[in-house]
Design a protein. Structure first.
Length: 638
């Protein structure tokens, strides 16, 4: 076992996390992992964040009205902003709407217990919590100017692995449902806890919606291809991939395959539900040279054109797959032009401060920076209706951190036309995400209840999304469209409420009809039981005609049958009348006690021995009393 020496002390006599701290970690077996770190905290994290927001307030007031189409309020361990606090801070930074995208990847350390000391800072809360652009990379490796290499990737793989945390969506729902209606209207929770390589990802999506109705708007950020993430997944051979990859089972290598089918099926499910999907797919590989042909562009285009995917709104994150390690090529805007022309279901977000630096020419010489900036100004003006702003903030502890990306874009945004700027900052978000709310609620109210059994049926391995789409359209055909809104009016929460009320009213009417059908079936069954009792009664009345000696007795005139209860007549209206029953003398005195006992047994079977509602009468007596009378006569004669 590795020998690791840890020394930690505080220079101030204060209870952590207040004070100045140093940590020395020396790994005798792996010296390259040894390091010293320190951090100073003169105030608590909460006090520091509050003071930072006060200092930033004057700048925040000047920020343009915007919505955030790419926001991670919590870290990969689901620590960060309380949603009520998030809405309050949205008011402070002039943010109208925001998505909620939980991080669905959990880090699992591959080191032994004694080696995990280096993760102390990673596990800490507050300002010590590592929420950098590559939060999944060990902190000592995640430094400014870090360059990835095959050797680096192999080294990181020996330290950690990533696993899909499918529970993050329940945490999102629990945090969302406690908000007021006004607070909820500001947020769009997204489903992220989905394994894109799982054949049951589509059913998992629907189950999450069933458990948490009225919560989710879309899905994402979902990762198809992302720098180190692909190689750090513990089960990377089973992950969805746009490229063929050999699947290794034990010592056997299976035939190379893309394993993208489940992800396409999930996209189809999202499309049927009316949910947009935000996808992280690097346009190129992190080891590619800046002007190499982008490795993922063609295969991602094929993915978008697939029959299962093309009906779903896809938001391609980070200005078309740029990132910290994936740089913009000279052909990038031309490639995006072609992608938008080929795929009408494609939308872009320009999230992440690392991406904003590229779009604004940061780090380039003045001439190249101006050329880059002018190119993006023309592109954004032309396609603003299909582009959204996003911060890609990760558990931001201050408004200054949250608005880094917006402020980096400020010079670029000022040079756009008013219409383009308004589209990118507000209108496209409202069309894509706010507009999706109505469709998702409609799917939840009308379609999900009808497929609930299929989601739990062990004999159902997969759902035919094309058939489900047809079934959905048939259900929607009867529902009224949302009240028409003028093109210059924003759809409001009242519009959605009216739509929801109509859908709920239709669902209530359908339930009443089903209840009436059940009631009529019960009444019909009771009428059948009454008919059976009358048949047995006719048997006893036939026995009365012959006495114990077999000599005929005077026949007593039969009392007219009382009509069935009004409710029964109404329920079975239109059914053919029962044939008249006639009495036939049966001089079988020896069988009378046996028949009486059989009648008693039938009486018990029919439940007549229990207190019941008054039965239809014959000759002034209920059928039950009439049977008892005949039983007594038969038994006494025996």
């Amino acid at each position: 076992m590795s020998n690791v020496a840890i020394h930690q002390h505080a220079h101030e006599a204060q209870v952590p996390p207040v004070g100045e701290f140093h940590m020395n970690i020396f790994n005798e077996d792996r010296p390259e992992l040894s390091y010293r770190t320190s951090y100073t905290m003169a105030v608590s994290p909460e006090e520091r964040a509050e003071q930072a927001n006060k200092d930033f307030a004057e700048i925040a007031q000047k920020l343009p009205a915007h919505s955030d189409a790419h926001m991670h309020p919590w870290s990969y361990v689901q620590k960060g902003l309380d949603l009520k606090e998030m809405v309050a801070r949205m008011d402070q930074i002039n943010c109208k709407y925001s998505v909620i995208m939980p991080i669905p990847t959990s880090i699992i350390s591959l080191m032994g217990d004694s080696e995990r000391a280096e993760w102390t800072l990673l596990r800490a809360s507050g300002p010590l919590h590592h929420c950098g652009p590559s939060y999944y990379v060990p902190k000592e490796f995640n430094k400014p100017g870090l360059e990835l290499s095959p050797e680096f990737a192999v080294k990181v793989q020996t330290l950690i692995s990533l696993n899909v945390d499918t529970e993050v969506d329940d945490y999102t729902a629990d945090s969302f449902i406690v908000l007021t209606k006004a607070e909820q209207d500001r947020l769009d929770p997204m489903v992220t806890g989905l394994h894109l390589g799982s054949s049951f990802a589509d059913m998992s999506l629907f189950k999450k919606m069933l458990r948490n109705p009225g919560v989710f708007t879309g899905a994402g950020e979902l990762t198809l291809n992302k720098e180190l993430v692909e190689v750090l997944y513990a089960d990377k051979s089973g992950q969805a991939s746009l490229h063929e990859r050999a699947i290794i089972v034990g010592e056997e290598t299976m035939k190379p395959d893309t394993h993208i089918g489940p992800a396409k099926q999930l996209m189809a499910a999202l499309g049927v539900a009316g949910m947009p999907a935000c996808i992280h797919c690097d346009i190129g590989h992190y080891l590619d040279a800046p002007n190499d042909p982008p490795k993922n562009l063609a295969v991602f285009s094929d993915f978008l054109a697939d029959e299962k995917v093309r009906h779903t709104t896809i938001v391609w994150a980070h200005a078309g797959g740029l990132g910290r390690f994936v740089k913009q090529s000279n052909r990038h805007m031309d490639e995006l032009e072609n992608m938008l022309a080929k795929h009408p279901n494609l939308v872009l977000d320009i999230s992440w401060n690392e991406v904003a630096k590229q779009l604004t020419g940061d780090g380039l010489d003045p001439e190249a920076a101006t050329q880059r900036l002018n190119g993006w100004i023309a592109f954004l003006n032309k396609h603003s209706e299909r582009i959204m702003f996003g911060s890609d903030a990760l558990a931001p502890q201050s408004n200054e951190v949250w608005t880094n990306t917006l402020r980096t874009y400020s010079g670029l945004l000022e040079k756009l036309t008013d219409e383009a700027r308004n589209n990118i900052l507000l209108k496209t978000y409202e069309r894509i995400y706010v507009g999706a709310r109505r469709n998702v609620r409609k799917f939840e109210n009308l379609v999900l209840p009808n497929i609930k059994d299929k989601l739990t049926d062990p004999t159902v391995d997969a759902m035919d999304m094309a058939a489900l789409r047809i079934f959905r359209d048939q259900l929607y055909a009867d529902s009224e469209p949302l009240a028409s809104t003028a093109s210059n009016r924003t759809i409001t929460s009242e519009d959605y409420d009216r739509c929801d009320d109509r859908l709920k009213g239709r669902a209530m009417v359908a339930k009443v009809v089903k209840d009436l059908e059940k009631a009529n079936a019960i009444i019909q069954r009771k009428n059948d039981e009454i008919g059976a009792l009358k048949t047995r009664l006719a048997l006893f009345e036939g026995l009365e005609v012959a006495g114990p000696s077999g000599r005929p007795q005077p026949e007593v005139p039969e009392a007219p049958e009382a009509p069935a209860p009004v409710i029964a007549q109404a329920a079975v209206a239109g059914t053919p009348p029962q044939p008249q029953r006639t009495k036939t003398p049966r001089p079988l005195p020896a069988q009378e006690p046996q028949l009486a006992r059989q009648a008693l047994q039938a009486q018990q079977t029919m439940g007549l021995v229990r207190p019941a509602a008054p039965q239809p009468s014959v000759g002034g007596l209920s059928i039950q009393d009439r049977i008892r009378e005949l039983q007594n006569r038969g038994l006494n004669r025996g």
